[in-house]
Structure formats: C-alpha cells, structure tokens
Write a protein that binds this ligand. Sequence first.
Ligand code: VGL
Ligand code: ZN
Length: 202
Amino acid sequence: MTRDALLVVDIQNDFCPGGALGVPEGDVIIPRINQLMQSHTLVALTQDWHPADHHSFASAHPGAQPYETISMSYGEQVLWPDHCVQGTQGAEFHPDLDTRPAQLIVRKGTDRAIDSYSAFRENDHRTRTGLAGWLREHEVRHLLLCGLATDFCVLWSALDARAEGLEVTVLLDVCRGIDLDGSVARALEEMRQAGVRLEESS
Ligand code: VGL
Ligand code: ZN
C-alpha cells in the first residue's frame, strides 16, 4: 500500500497579502488546506525561519534591491525583502491555518549564509533538514504538496522529493506563486519534466 503524507509549505503571515513578501491570494487557499489536513493522517508543515541578518535579504547587501539576483557560493540567489524573521509576527503561521493536525513542523533557512527554499535541503543542495528521514520512517511513498510559493519553496520541495524517490503530487488549486518574470510557468514545466503530478485537490 502506498502511504501518503501532506506537506503544507510556508503558510505564514509574511507570505500572505499585507506581509513583507506577500504572495497574491496567498491566504485564499487556507480554508481548503485546513480541509485537506483533516483527510490525511500524516501532515507536516514548513516554516521559513530566518535570522535577522540572513544573506537572502537585500538589506544584508549594501546597495542591493529586493528581487535582484546575485551570485552566492552555492549559486544564484534572488534577494528578498526581509521576511519570516525568527520570533516575529511575520514568521508566525497565518492565524486562519489550523496547525493542530500537523505532527511535524520543519523550520528552514536558519543558517544565515544559506537560503533554503526546499523542505528537504538547503540551497547548497547538501545540508539536509531531516524531512526525508521522517518520511522514510513513516514509510511514505507519495507526497502531496500545497502552499506558498509555487515557484520557489513548493517547486524546490517537489523536485527534492522526486530526487528522494517519492511519488509527488502538487495540488495546484491550493498553491499560489510569486511569479518573477514568468517563474510560475517555468516552475510548472520543471516539475512536469521531473515527473511531478500537477493536479487539483478535489
Ligand atoms: C520563499 C522566497 C524566500 C517561499 C521563501 O516560501 O517560496 N520564497 N523565502
Ligand atoms: Zn525565505
């Protein structure tokens, strides 16, 4: 039997409208996500969780502007507005998200020098969060993904889940994207190429 788990990515105040890195309609998906959590026995949440001087913040690079891309030791990095700083209101889960059904919360992006879009590995593609081991111990074969943002944390998590040998389904109606210069369309194509199933949650 294939065992499913649901991974809910970064439903935090800063990624919702009005937040520091607000994703358009980021909050409209929350009621449906709450329903989905009720129908899965294994649920994990991710929480973007940066120190205040994180290197993915434009503010850490004198003269740089948010949404510019720079080169870091591990590759290209988009510079973001300060967001999801540990312990701040912006880093909290959105108040409408019912976090009670979740067994695991994976915090990521805690190393000031490395960003971490994926729930599995930091952006150096090496440092692991422990999520793959947790899924293996629960004998999960199929991971369902929803949340924010389609073109960054959902994308990278889905690709890494495939690399871990999991079957992966991204539930598109319960995701929303940032969309920098067509990055949502590129993300969908990359996921398709990697064998990620793109479906609706109904
Ligand atoms: C995310 C940009 C920076 C995301 C996190 O959750 O997609 N995007 N940090
Ligand atoms: Zn971040």
